[in-house]
Design a protein around this ligand. Structure first.
Ligand code: PMP
Length: 379
């Protein structure tokens, strides 16, 4: 039995993505920069994926730059915009719960002399767009806020914060890390008031090692990678054509089914919450208003990793709920007002529309068993 409930970490590639990647490895293997027809054929694949993503984000295809993933997209957006616009305006506003690929970039800029304002939620763990807007002044060059938090599913007030920020200071550049929202809820450049949007292929049933940064026309960025001037000089290096093809194929596969899948996954979440009512000592850390795709829970008294491995023995895969990578705590849960002891036992269940009620029934049963057995054995 294999029950995969770790879709916020990565998703299983869909058949269309696998086929698209395989085709580019088996036969359409040219270098898009080559001048012969084999190169052109590969270029057409990249262009098609670019157009597909641009359509989904409602931006110009010339503004879609492929990267190695959202980590690179976030680095390029934050550092690239800071370097382009921050000389005379060295202030940046962000949230205190960003993914490490944004927060570490902010730390770096802080060391270089930028003023970084990290907005925290209130004592109930709620963010308010006014807090972001109030921090804006005429020295602010950039505001960066994620769409959906990857540990809790919390939906950030991005649109209202960006709208307010631009009203107060029209020159401000706005960046959204939309990794956990893309293809789950609408991510449209103009509706979000975003100038820069980061996306990742492997969170939406595409391949790993591909992402995109969508850039509004007229926004300048200083590139992070120099060389052969691929991606119109924004990201040099031979394009990862197979993975780019898989990214485009995954978007096409999911297109038009967002509402249906959101509903399906909401039902799955509801089913899980009902089941968990029968398990003693379980706390739901995610808010009821959170994205249904991510449910952070704590089985009190049992450390996350211990429970994670117990579940794994039963063929159930989840994440430890407070880890950004390999067991390192990111501190995001404490920002949301979740106590250290709950954070220590946090498990992240993350869904996709391919999950079924049976998966969650088995998870709840295994969690209950784990709770009894692990507490009994003193772990
Ligand atoms: N931002 C968020 C919100 C994420 O969840 C992730 C993936 N953990 C990333 C950025 C980084 O994406 P990638 O794995 O494509 O580098």
């Amino acid at each position: 039995m294999e029950i995969y409930l770790d879709n916020a970490a990565t998703t299983k590639p869909c058949e269309a993505a696998v086929n698209a990647a395989c085709d580019c490895m088996r036969s359409n293997y040219g270098n898009p920069s080559s001048l012969h027809s084999k190169g052109l054929s590969a270029q057409l694949v990249v262009d098609d994926a670019r157009k597909t993503i641009a359509k989904e984000v409602a931006c110009d295809p010339t503004g879609v730059y492929f990267t190695s993933g959202a980590t690179e997209s976030n680095n390029l957006a934050v550092i690239g915009a800071a370097e382009a616009y921050g000389k005379r305006k060295p202030k940046i506003i962000t949230s205190s719960v960003e993914h490490a690929s944004v927060s570490a970039a902010m730390d770096l800029l802080e060391k270089r002399g930028f003023e970084i304002v990290r907005i925290s939620p209130d004592t109930n763990g709620e963010f308010h767009h006014e807090d972001f807007v109030n921090a804006v002044d005429d020295r602010t060059c950039l505001m960066s806020i994620m769409a959906v938090n990857n540990e809790t599913g919390y939906i950030m007030p991005v649109r209202r914060a960006f709208y307010g920020a631009k009203k107060k200071n029209p020159d401000i550049i706005t960046h959204c890390d939309a990794v956990q929202a893309f293809m789950k809820k609408p991510v449209k450049m103009t509706e979000l008031c975003a100038d820069l949007i980061s996306l990742s292929g492997h969170k939406i049933h595409g391949g790993k090692g591909v992402g995109a940064l969508c850039v509004r026309k007229g926004v300048r960025l200083i590139p992070r990678v120099y060389g052969g001037k691929q991606e119109r000089g924004m990201r040099s290096g031979t394009e990862g054509v197979p993975m780019i093809a898989s990214f485009g194929a995954a978007v096409k596969y999911l297109r038009g089914t967002m509402d249906k899948r959101w509903e399906q996954v909401s039902e799955l979440k509801q089913f899980l919450l009902e089941r968990l009512k029968f398990v003693d000592g379980v706390t739901i850390n995610s808010k009821s208003s959170a994205s249904p795709y991510i449910i952070n829970i704590s089985a009190e008294g049992i450390r996350s990793e211990i429970m994670l491995h117990f579940l794994e023995q039963k063929g159930i895969y989840v994440s430890s709920g407070s880890a950004c990578s390999k067991g390192m705590q990111s501190g995001v849960l404490s920002q949301f007002g979740i106590s250290a002891s709950l954070a220590d036992s946090a498990i992240r269940v993350s869904l996709c529309a391919d999950n079924v009620m049976y998966d969650l029934k088995e998870f709840a049963l295994a969690l209950a068993e784990g709770k009894e057995r692990l507490i009994y054995s003193g772990k």
